[in-house]
Design a binder for this molecule. Structure first.
Ligand SMILES: [Ca+2]
Length: 98
């Protein structure tokens, strides 16, 4: 598994190559109440667990970008694709689609 974050000129591997499906599985682990939705706090914990610097504010911005139906939560089976796209464009995260 690998998530790579590019910050300015520095690229650092956070966790190895990660497929979209692995990313989903991984996010599911942070779905504490098991409702299939990722909240801002859950997203923040997920990124921090792999050593990323991630503020609650930034997590909120990610959620807003990916939240198509506007309920403030990211569904692991649908809106997570938006989240992946946003992660790739805004942070230089690389999530490999196999
Ligand atoms: Ca939503």
């Amino acid at each position: 598994m690998a998530i790579t974050a590019t910050t300015g000129t520095t690229t650092r591997a956070l966790a190895g190559d990660m497929t979209v499906e692995e990313f989903r599985q991984w996010m599911r682990r942070f779905d504490v109440n098991g409702d299939g939705q990722i909240s801002r706090e859950e997203l923040r914990r997920a990124i921090r667990s792999i050593g990323g610097r991630f503020s609650g504010w930034r997590a909120g911005r990610w959620i807003r970008q990916a939240d198509s139906d506007g309920d403030g939560l990211i569904s692991v089976d649908g809106e997570i694709d938006n989240l992946i796209a946003y992660a790739e464009t805004s942070l230089g995260l690389k999530i490999v689609a196999y």
